[in-house]
Design a protein around this ligand. Structure first.
Ligand code: COA
Length: 181
């Protein structure tokens, strides 16, 4: 593997982080009612939350991956009895760098500072891929499946109109909730 370092994210990383999210994630994960300018929305969101993130950078300082864990919260979008917890924010690795252990390294690095409450991960994936994209990474990081929200969770919660693959079947995405204790 190229010489990859994990560092705390700062403001200078935001444009590259937003680009990675925009290019690599279905926008099903977007907040209901968000506008359709995905890149602008990602920049705005990261500007508020950058302190929670770590990034993987290569020798040139290029951001090739990112992961964040948010602050403690009590409510959740899944009607699950979780109590206080933290959410994993985005985990994304650039396509050219996937399957080299970077996602696992990023998530483990973010988890090692969390000692108070369980960490919840909303895992997303397209049905055609057989499972959520991150299932192996989550197993490597000791997450357990907490709830399978089914394949219409995103549609039922109003996300799909904002999906980059707008025309596709709304039962095309998994949503599974994982927990790390
Ligand atoms: C999911 C993601 C973050 C994993 O990052 P990564 O750096 O590729 O992960 P790792 O190399 O640490 O992989 C851990 C395991 O997951 C596997 N894996 C990686 N991407 C996968 C995918 N899309 N589908 C299935 N398995 C995958 C790897 O092969 C590896 O397993 P192995 O050791 O048995 O080969 C990355 O593929 C990604 O950014 N995908 C697009 C965005 C996304 O889906 N994010 C998660 C949203 S919930």
């Amino acid at each position: 593997m190229n010489n990859i370092k994990i560092v705390k994210a700062d403001k200078s990383h935001i444009p590259q982080m937003a680009e990675l999210i925009t290019q690599n994630l279905g926008t099903c994960n977007l907040i209901k009612g968000a506008n359709n300018d995905v890149m602008a929305r990602n920049i705005a969101e990261l500007t508020d939350t950058v302190d929670y993130y770590r990034v993987a950078i290569d020798d040139n300082g290029t951001v090739v991956g990112l992961c964040g864990i948010g602050e403690v919260k009590s409510d959740n979008d899944y009607e699950l009895d979780i109590g206080k917890h933290r959410d994993v924010l985005y985990v994304v690795v650039s396509r050219d760098y996937q399957r080299q252990g970077i996602g696992t390294m990023l998530l483990k690095s973010c988890l090692k500072d969390i000692h108070d409450y369980p960490v919840i991960y909303e895992a997303w994936g397209e049905i055609k891929n057989g499972d959520v994209n991150s299932y192996k990474m989550l197993a490597k990081c000791s997450f357990d499946l907490l709830a399978d929200m089914g394949t219409s969770f995103y549609r039922d919660h109003g996300y799909c109109p904002y999906c980059v693959n707008k025309g596709k079947n709304c039962h095309a995405c998994f949503c599974k909730i994982y927990i790390y204790k």
